[in-house]
Every structure is written in C-alpha cells, then in structure tokens.
Design a protein. Structure first.
Length: 470
C-alpha cells in the first residue's frame, strides 16, 4: 500500500476502476526511469532482500541458540554485536560518504573523482580497521585479566574479522551509491548469515565443540568469503560502468564530510546496539541471550526502515543537489509512509506471534516477550519520522545531525546504565525505546527548522503554501 500511495496523486475514492487505477499507477511508478521510479524500485528490492534476510537471520539464530545453549549463545551474540559495531565504525564514515558524493560526480560525468573516491574508501577502510585490530590485540593482551575469562578468546578471534567487516561495508556503500540494491545488500544480509550457519553446522558435524569460539570462527570464515567475493564483483561492475583511466583524489575535502557522517551513523549504530552491549556488561550471558532473541525478533520490523534508507539516500542527494525543494519535500513525505505503515503491520504481526517465535529459540526465551512490546513502541516512534537523518545528511546538515545524535546517544547510554541494574532486560528495552522517542522528536524538529519539511507519518511533508512558495 505504501508503494501505491507513493505516486503523490489523488486517487479516486469510489468506483469499479479503483483497483485498476491503483495497480496501474503503482506499475507506472515502479517502471518509470525517473528518480522516483528508480528509488521506488530500489526500495522494493531492498525490502524484499530484508524480508529474505530477516527469515534467514531468524532461522539461523534459532539454530545457533538451540545448538549452543543460552550461556554460549549469549557470549557469541555479545561479541558478534561488538565486532559488527567496531568494524563499521572503523571506516570513519568513508563508506557512506560515497553515497553523498558519487551521484553528484556522476551527474557531471566526473569519472576521475569517482575512481579516486572508490579506491580511497577501500584503502582507508582496510588501513583503519587493521589499526583497530592491532590496538585491540594489544589491549586484550595487557588488560585481558579485567574481563570475564569466557570472553577473552572469542574477543581475540573477533579482532581478525574487523578488516573484512569494514571492507564489506565500504563495498556496500559503493553499490548503494550506484543504486545496485541487490549487489549492495545481499552479501551482508543473505550470503554472510547463511554461510555462518553452514560453516557452524559443518564444524559441529566434524566434531567441533558447540561453543561461542566455534561460532566466531565460522563467522570469520563466512565474512572473508563474502567480502572477497563482493570486492571482485563490485570492482568488475565499476570497470564496466566507468572506463579505466586516471583517478583524482581529494582526501581532505572528502574526509571533512566523512567524519560528520561517521559521528552520525556511529551514534545511530550505537543507539541500535548499545542496549545489547550494556546488557552484556551488566548481566550474565544467559540474560543477554534472552534480550538478544527478543530484540532480533523485533528487528523484523526495523528491516523496513533500513530498506527504505538504503534506497532513498542517493535520491535525496540528487534532489537536494538539483535545488528542487518541492520535489524533495514530496519525496520525503513518501519515504516516511514507506517506513511507517509496513513497520506497523510487521510489528503487530510479530507481537501476535511473539510467544511462538521466542519459544523457538529454546526453553526460557519466552521471558523476553515484554521486551518485544516495549521495543515495538520505540520502533514506531522512530518509524513516524522515517529516514530523517538520511535527509539531513544528504542536505549537508551533518554537523546538526551530530549534535542531535550526541543528545540521543547520551540519553540512551544514561538510561541503560540506570535502568538495566534496576529492571534487567526490561530496563534495557525501556532505555532503547525512550532513546528512539528522543531521536524521533529531535529529527522532526531539525528537519522542519532547517529544511521547512514537516517529517511525520500523519502530516503533509510541508505546508501547502510553503510548497507553492519554493
């Protein structure tokens, strides 16, 4: 329905031709070669990939939880969240800076800068993540006695996954900037989780222990296979699209844009995962396992948001660069509806099936149902403003976004530290939900004041008179 509404035209209220009209306009939108049609197709493709990936991730997590038990599973998910988080952050924003610059460079046929930026992003990601690996190994060697013994070896294994996580995120950014939705998302969200499960099952079949260490070795192998394949695939596509030739590197200007994006996306990533991290610091692995199972079940809702975010960022950038504020406002409103209504439907279905879904992880996991309910409320708050941070970033408001997410992250961490010791995993859920509410309010106010766009699921993107003035 969200895609049917995205045409932005008035639809007939009654009459036998209503369904035909709806389907015709939806087909026209999805097959159009203009920016709206391309973004709609990419949103739909990204959504479908997220649906498949959510199913794969859910099934694989159930198998892993039943195979390892709550304690070992809790260790694995805590360390895996850390490695994904740190690996992404180690790119320092260069992976997403491509999405800001590449569509603009292509619009003016500046192929030299395209070659320079894509090469620079890859090299930087590998060097910075390797530096984090070395620093982490040194810290683990000298400070390993300060953490629980059962975390030491899993953390050591995880360090060697970091470079491939960073490179994979960079390749995803390159593909997203070129609107290659399938190439961008399928390695991370379909191929890698599938390989992790396959490698884990194979290792156990050949006699490996059912532990977090085995699971992380499987994760290491799967990440290297996926990222290397992704690297060669995207490199081949780039060479086919842009002829070989000289590259122009403007590291300092790109870095100045990448760093604010790093802070923005870093804060968002921390907001998304800090509850699991802080839960792992304060609570036992068994409780981490229950919380993670509940939060990942509700992540079935969030894949809607990430699908729309992946598809809309290049179009936001192009519209803003073209200085078409009316089109930007209209498309912003569409993006919010693409997020909100599917999220509401998927979230309600997840709650209806909550006990059944959690019970599939094993005995004792149904204790996380209350966590699902609390997180759903927070997710819908965020969904009500859609990809607001993407809009601000693509409009050059990175500095403002950083300030907003400093506030939101501070609220998140503060609430986690206060509420988790008092209320356990429910406290972590309350902290996450309240932080999402804070994030949504801040984004709504910022977009309205800076861009004149009312970003809310139940409002026009801008007042009608404002559009006419633009």
């Amino acid at each position: 329905m969200a895609l049917l509404q995205a045409s932005g035209k008035d639809l007939p209220d009654t009459g036998p031709g209503r369904l035909k009209s709806l389907l015709g306009r939806a087909y026209g939108l999805l097959t159009s070669d203009d920016g709206h049609g391309k973004a709609s197709r990419n949103a739909l493709i990204a959504f479908m990939i997220r649906v498949v990936s959510a199913a794969i991730a859910f099934i694989s997590q159930i198998v892993m939880a039943r195979m390892m038990g709550q304690h070992e599973y809790g260790i694995f998910v805590f360390v895996w969240v850390l490695v994904i988080l740190i690996g992404n952050l180690s790119c320092l924003g260069f992976h997403s800076a491509q999405i800001r610059f590449l569509p603009q460079f292509e619009a003016v046929n500046d192929v030299e800068r395209i070659r320079g930026l894509t090469a620079t992003a890859r090299i930087f990601a590998l060097l910075s993540s390797t530096g984090v690996l070395i620093a982490g190994a040194i810290a683990l060697h000298f400070c390993g006695g300060l953490i629980e013994a059962y975390y030491v070896m899993p953390l050591f294994i995880a360090l060697f996954i970091l470079p491939m996580i960073a490179l994979g995120d960079t390749m995803e950014g390159t593909a997203r900037a070129n609107s290659w939705a399938v190439v961008a998302l399928s390695p991370t969200y379909i191929i890698r989780p599938t390989l992790i499960l396959v490698f884990m099952l194979a290792a156990v079949w050949f006699g490996a222990a059912k532990t977090a260490e085995t699971a992380l070795v499987a994760g290491l192998a799967a990440t290297y296979v996926t990222t290397v394949g992704q690297f060669f695939n995207i490199t081949r596509r780039l060479h086919r699209r842009f002829e070989k030739g000289p590259a122009k590197v403007e590291f300092v200007p790109w870095f100045k844009v990448a760093v604010p994006i790093f802070f923005i996306e870093g804060f968002i990533f921390l907001l998304t995962n800090s509850d699991t991290v802080v839960t792992g610091i304060f609570l036992a692995p068994t409780e981490v396992a229950i919380y993670f199972a509940a939060s990942k079940t509700m992540a079935l809702v969030q894949f809607v948001y990430f699908s729309v975010k992946a598809a809309t960022a290049p179009h936001f950038s192009a519209l803003y660069a073209g200085d078409d504020r009316a089109a930007l406002a209209k498309f912003s409103g569409q993006s919010v509806r693409w997020v909100f209504w599917p999220s509401l439907f998927v979230g309600l279905m997840a709650l209806v099936l909550g006990d059944l879904l959690l019970g599939m992880f094993g005995e004792g996991f149904t204790a996380g149902y209350s966590v699902m309910v609390i997180l759903f409320c927070g997710i819908m708050c965020k969904a009500s403003v859609g990809p607001g941070e993407v809009l601000l970033t693509m409009a050059g408001e990175q500095a403002l976004c950083v300030k907003l997410y400093v506030v939101a992250l501070a609220a998140n961490i503060g609430l986690n530290v206060v509420l988790i010791p008092l209320y356990g995993i429910q406290g972590a859920a309350y902290a996450a939900a309240l932080a999402m509410l804070v994030e949504a309010v801040l984004l709504h106010v910022a977009v309205r004041r800076r861009l004149g766009i009312t970003l809310f699921a139940f409002a026009q993107p801008v007042p009608r008179t404002r559009i006419e003035e633009v």
